[in-house]
Design a protein around this ligand. Structure first.
Ligand code: TMP
Length: 212
């Protein structure tokens, strides 16, 4: 199974409902980080590897799946491949890894949204990430304002999204020191400033200038 991985970099995830502006913020953060650290990776889940991108196509746009467990295991398989081949090696090199969604999406969407047991989801997540919990998770809290792709999650409706949002709220209460909760309805510049202020603190504390 492999033990804990030596970890010198930083792992930062962005979470929130579809259409709250995560991807815009991630793209800006990527550029901002490139100017400050030696190596930064910007990845999305599901995806980030050839295998993961194929699973993304399958789960978001392919055949219908009614089992919540089957759905979760596809996300978990994509995550396992991404961790082993990309994220863990990058963290051991000292890179900053920015994730557009990560483990918490599975708890929010598959456990709270779809009704899977959160303990099952969290236990499998735990095996998949091998101790690499994010250093910071930024949650853009609030209702979607721009749903565009019409993928299978996006058409699940308001009740589903409400449960997903409750899942994020629950998660942020479990580990308040990891979570930065941000109102997604604010001006994007204010959101960006809030996130970068927090990341700057992390860079100073964790990297101690090593990777700058
Ligand atoms: P996005 O990349 O446009 O946010 O689309 C990914 C979709 O997949 C989004 O609706 C959330 C969903 N998702 C899950 O349901 N569980 C997961 O573990 C992950 C990573 C994503």
């Amino acid at each position: 199974m492999g033990g804990q991985v030596e970890r010198r970099g930083l792992l930062i995830s962005l979470e929130g409902l579809d259409g709250v502006g995560k991807t815009t913020q991630i793209e800006r953060l990527h550029v901002w980080l490139q100017e400050r650290v030696q190596e930064v990776l910007c990845l999305r889940e599901p995806g980030g590897t050839e295998f993961g991108e194929m699973l993304r196509q399958l789960i978001l746009h392919g055949a219908e799946v009614s089992s919540g467990l089957a759905e979760f295991l596809v996300f978990a398989a994509a995550r396992a491949e991404l961790m082993e081949t990309v994220v863990l090696p990058a963290l051991s090199r000292g890179a900053v890894v920015l994730m557009d969604r990560f483990i918490d999406s599975s708890v929010a969407y598959q456990a709270f949204g779809h009704g899977l047991d959160p303990d099952v989801v969290m236990e499998i997540n735990r095996l998949v990430i091998k101790g690499c919990t994010p250093d910071l998770t930024c949650w853009l809290r609030g209702e979607p304002y721009a749903l565009d792709s019409g993928d299978r999650m996006e058409v699940r409706g308001a009740d589903y999204f409400r449960r997903v949002e409750q899942g994020y709220a629950w998660l942020s209460e479990q580990e308040p020191e990891r979570w930065l909760v941000i109102n997604s309805r604010q001006n994007p510049d204010i959101i960006f400033d809030t996130v970068t202020t927090r990341i700057n603190l992390l860079l100073d504390k964790s990297l101690g200038g090593k990777n700058r």
